[in-house]
Every structure is written in C-alpha cells, then in structure tokens.
Design a protein around this ligand. Sequence first.
Ligand code: HEC
Length: 505
Amino acid sequence: MRLIPFALLLLTGAIQAAEAPAPVAPTPTAAMHEAAALYKQHCQSCHGAQRFGAAGPALLPESLGRIKPAEVRAVIRDGRPASQMTGYSELLDASQIDALVDYLYQPAATAPVWKTPDIRASHKILADLASLPSTPQHDADPLNLFVVVEAGDHHVTILDGDTFDPLTRFASHFALHGGPKFSPDGRFVYFASRDGWISLYDLHNLRMIAEVRVGLNTRNLAVSNDGRWVLVGNYLPGNLVVLDARDLSLVKIIPTLGQDGSASRVSAVYTAPPRDSFVVALKDVQEVWELSYAGEPDFQPRRIVAKDYLDDFSFTPDYRYLLATSRKAGGGQVIDLDGGEPVASIELPGMPHLGSGIYWKRNGHWVFATPNISTGLISVIDLQTWKLITEIPTAGPGFFMRSHANSPYAWTDVFFGPNNDQVLLIDKQTLKVAHTLRPMPGKNAAHVEFTHDGRYALLSVWDRDGALIVYDSQTLEEVKRIPMNKPSGKYNVGNKIEFAEGTSH
Ligand code: HEC
C-alpha cells in the first residue's frame, strides 16, 4: 500500500521535471561526488579511506543506524565536546554538510570486507600475561568489583564495591556495546565496541592484555563457561568470530548463512552455562543456533528453526527455554532448546527488551519480567504456563531492569519520554510499583546494578553532568554520589560470574 503513493510521487515529479526548466541543483550523483570529495579532504584522515574508522569511529550506515541523521548533522556542524571531532560550520556551508550526511548513510562504494588477514593484522598483545601475578594486586574484594562503562567520553572505571572508590579509570574503544563479559573466575573482563574491537582486561593486575578488531559493526560477545572461548556476533560482516579467550587470537570465522544459504546478521550471542554452549540469535533468517563448546569443539551450529526472526532473547533459569522476540512482528515465542523447536507464543505487546528481562520466584513459581522499548509497561510472565500475569503501567517506555535475590524490589527505568528521570521499584510479590525515585530531576536515570551481597544498588544518571548514585537497597537512602559523564552500564563481577538471579545475561 505504501508503495503506491510513493510511485505516484515519482511519476508527478517526472512530469514536472519534463515541463519545468532544467533544475539548477546538481543531480544526486554530482552531489554525492562532491560529498565524497569533501569527505576525502576533511574527514578521511580520522574516519578512514573506506569509512571503517581510525582515530575516529566508523561512519557506515550500519554504525550510524543508532543515531538519527539530525544528530549526525549536528555533530558535523558543532563537533563533540572534549573530543578530536571539531565542528565544521566555519569550513562547510549547510548544503555541504547535508550532502555529507546523505553520503554517510549511503552504503560504501565497495562492499565492506573484514577477513582473516584484517583480523590477524589488528591483533595486539599489550602485556605478557605469563609474567603477571595471578592474584589480585589490589585490596578490594575481587568478587565485589564493578566495571562501570562511561559512554560520554568512552572510558571505563573499575570501582571497589565496598568503599565505592575507583581503583582505576582507562580509555576504552569508541562506544562499548552489549555489556562486558567475565571469565568464570572473575579475573578477566572482555569488552566489545560498536566498531568491532574486542579488548581483554586483567582485573587482578588492572591492565589491558590484548585487543583485536573482529568486524566493522559488532553486536555483542559471550565467554564460554570454561573460560576458553570468546564468541562475537557481528552485523557487518554478518558472522560469528571465535577467539581464544587467553589472548584473543583468532580461532574461527563462522559465516551466518541460513539453511537456504541466505546471509544473516547476528542479533545476539549468550552463553548457556549448564548446556556448555553458546546460543545465537539471527536477525535475517528464522533460525536459532546452538554451538557446543564441550570437549574439543568444532563450533558446528545446531540449527533450530524459529517461528520468526530474532532480535533479542532471554533464558529461563534452567536454560532449557529461550524467550525470544522480533521487532518486526508482535509478540514473543518460547523455543525449547532440548526439543529444538518453538513450543509456545507469548502475549507481548510493543517492543519488549527481553535481553534486559529478569526472573524471580513469586508464590513458589518463577516469573519473568521485561521492560518495553515502545510502550510504558512491564510485562510479567509465568514461566510455567507462559501466560501473561500482568502488565504494570509505567510513565514511559523503559530499557533496563535489575534485582537481587536479597532485594524485595525489581528496579526499572523510564528511559524514553518526558519522565525519563524516573526509576520505579516494583514489589516482586504484589507486582505493584512500590516506590518512584527521581534521583536528578530532568536527567535520564537508568540501569541499576547491585553489590554482590545485594545491600546496595548503584544507579546511573545518563547525562553529560550525570552521576553514579549508590542507594541502600532496603532503606532507599542515598549513600554516595559520584559525578560521571554518561555512566551507562555497570557490572558486578560476583553477580555476573554466578549468573545471579535478578541480573540479565
Ligand atoms: C581529527 C580527527 C577527526 C576528523 C578530521 C573528523 N572527525 Fe568525526 N569524529 C572524530 C572522533 C574522535 C569522533 C568521536 C567523538 C566522540 O567521542 O563522540 C568523531 C565522531 C564523528 C561522528 C559521530 C559518530 C557517532 O557514531 O557518534 C560523525 C557523524 C563524524 N565524526 C563525522 C565527521 C565528518 C563528516 C568529518 C569531516 C567533515 C569528520 N567527522 C572529521 C574525529 C574526527
């Protein structure tokens, strides 16, 4: 239906063009040609000849998909504060900037490739692990450290979870993505950046060990439960990359082709510890893959045909089932990993953010709750019957949700809209909103993580002049406020390596 008015528009345009005098504006190809020349002159030195990124980030349609053209235009005009990206309003006029914006959203002239030699050439060993002590070289409890991602200026802080004092702070690659993951003993943390950089950091010695660029646009990574493998899921090129977890050396590239041979991007990869496997959601073919890492793995995918494309998923507490959604279709599906097939549909309106969903026990039953990116509600599902128990209304669409076995509340944010300064505490038994916090009125409050013992909750205020705020999780009193530039996620080592109840995986 939508094609018809569009075709009509083209037709009238063609008729007008035939009757009107020849337009003075350059044809799109000439404009694109000029934009390419401007790019070469002003931008290529930092963003790379093929727009793959260098000192500056990649500028490909895939990379810019998350920000809107209006923001891209504003960045080119005004720059980004406290970065090498300066504004071009003095050098370029408005039409030149518009042409550059259009150009950046065009696919690259030659299809971008990133292959084995590119990966190998990017691999850097930054410290000799064998010569480093294998015990913590700091006084903090290694299982109560927090890894705090500061999105504003691309840094990471390692925070002592008892004193809430930073142990160290270091620069990360541009735009860390998908949540860092840990080795099973909690010593190592692995980061993925939007532009495909994977970094390995030693929390005992507080130093970077290795890094490698595995793709041009990456979704996220997972670490095997035996600590041997890192699996990365990419959008560009659409594939999976297996790395040796000890030093990030390349083990295998697995193109993500569906049964019929069609190519797919990867939506998400997670580890399923009791199954000794990675589970992979594919975005463009209706399949879920399971890759076993038991014994001497060959990483051949076991394919499960799904009812829909998968954007995101969560596991049940026993890792037998996946709860999965697609943003294209409504609702969700339950996929049985043992049986290898979808077994139920779940009533989920809007765009549930299942990767952030959490579960807990209520009246002896496991329930699962998920925020929703498009509507102000939290859906709560019974994990025995797959039936919706309730929808809890909130003051706007949310993004994250967290709890802890020792906390009576599930904490969730209002992430979008005018009320995005609110954080709601949902009573895990009554399923009603028990408290609403507004930590910094007018500023976006988001993402909560608990200390290992659950006594404190750390909340992010996602603003240039934002903060990390520590609450007593029982009395809800503020204990400490640490100013920070857009602290996004923060991850407690103990909760993460135990795959604790209340934290998403
Ligand atoms: C001196 C190096 C440098 C030059 C030259 C440069 N940039 Fe940048 N650019 C950067 C850096 C660094 C960033 C990341 C800034 C940040 O931390 O957000 C950036 C960010 C951007 C972003 C935002 C990307 C995102 O995903 O958030 C856009 C768009 C951009 N640059 C476009 C351009 C264009 C167009 C030109 C040429 C007119 C240009 N840049 C020239 C270094 C540069």
